[in-house]
Design a protein around this ligand. Structure first.
Ligand code: G3H
Ligand code: 13P
Ligand code: ZN
Length: 333
């Protein structure tokens, strides 16, 4: 048993309180390998932003949970080496689906876990979340729960259709489960294809797809029911066209990829939304860097040659999210 505090990590409690009060959101970036982690820590340290490192089921299968947890421990020291004297780094389990998995993450030093019971019947979601909360809180580990189902398909997170969170359920759910934050469904979804072309309109100037707006009315109703309670948005990649274009130019094929417009995420960040999950945008920046470099340099075979370009693309992306979208820069002592 290792407590996260011994690793120099922090939980989300204070971080979320400051974010809700300050009208900004904390970036929650998924990581699966060294280059992504280096980019996240470089960007968050240089911009003096708190940051949440997320480990998904897919990441655990790909890279091994133990290895990822030691990488996160190294990340705290790395941030200090980069000149960030007081880094605030959360190691978070993304979409935990069982009590046992959440417990194993708490026991190995994660400072935050998500128990995603959103596909369960309401009472079962409460019961499972409560069980995780009771265990995690003994070690001061914070717990994110989810109510409402996101559309889209990503790894094991599957929902056939979007079910917005019902505002009339949030008080009962948060009180009885004891969760520290709540992920809600207001029209975001996982992956790089968040909307079908027939759900979108076309920008007459660029010809690009323009998605329908998020359900801000649902968010505002939830905020009224739970004043100051930390709200989380999953599926919040914007799918930047510049990366999609690079990928498609250099041999990729991502037709009609579309995400959440950044203005809407900027608006959400100013509300009780205090954690915004971004994974797909990092994948796009990474892939754009690799495809472009290999296409331009067919003689390259050292992974560091294209890894470096991909890493720089991700650093730029993460800094942009922190400074221009979420507003979490300059928040560290
Ligand atoms: O919520 C989904 C995240 O994008 C993680 O996806 O399990 O494929 O790593 P993944
Ligand atoms: P995106 O696929 O929009 O990046 O969402 C990631 C996410 O919600 C991880 O939990
Ligand atoms: Zn998610």
């Amino acid at each position: 048993m290792v407590n996260f505090k011994e690793l120099g990590l922090v939980n989300t409690r204070e971080m979320f309180k400051k974010a809700v009060d300050g009208g900004y959101a904390i970036p929650a970036f998924n990581f699966n390998n060294l280059e992504q982690l280096q980019a996240i820590i470089t960007a968050s340290s240089e911009t003096k932003s708190p940051v949440i490192l997320q480990v998904s089921k897919g990441a655990r299968n790909y890279a091994n949970q133990t290895l990822l947890r030691y990488l996160a421990e190294g990340a705290v020291q790395y941030a200090k080496e980069l000149g960030c004297e007081h880094p605030e780094i959360v190691l978070h389990l993304d979409h935990g689906d069982t009590f046992e998995l959440c417990k194993s993450c708490v026991d190995m030093g994660f400072s935050s876990v998500m128990i995603d019971g959103s596909s369960l019947p309401y009472e079962e979601n409460i019961a499972l979340t409560k069980k995780v909360v009771e265990y995690a809180h003994q070690y001061d580990v914070t717990v994110e729960a989810e109510l409402g189902v996101l559309a889209g398909v990503e790894d094991d997170v599957v929902a056939e259709e979007s079910h917005y969170t019902k505002p009339e359920e949030v008080i009962d759910f948060s009180q009885r489960s004891g969760c520290d934050s709540l992920a809600i469904s207001i029209g975001t979804s996982h992956g790089a294809y968040k909307f079908k072309p027939e759900q979108c309109t076309r920008d007459p100037k660029t010809g690009r797809l323009v998605p329908p707006p998020l359900a801000f009315n649902v968010l505002h109703e939830i905020e009224k029911k739970l004043p100051g309670f930390p709200i989380v948005l999953h599926g919040s990649s914007s799918v930047p066209q510049e990366y999609v274009d690079i990928i498609n130019k250099f041999g990729g094929n991502l037709p009609n990829a579309v995400g959440i417009p950044e203005e809407q995420l900027r608006e959400a960040s100013k509300s009780a939304v205090c954690k915004i999950n971004i994974d797909s945008d990092s994948r796009l920046a990474y892939t754009a860097g690799v495809r472009e470099t290999l296409a331009q340099h067919p003689d390259y075979f050292d992974p560091r040659q294209y890894g470096k370009v991909a890493r720089n693309y991700m650093i730029d992306l993460y800094k942009h999210k922190i400074v221009d979208v979420l507003g979490s820069d300059n928040k560290l002592a």
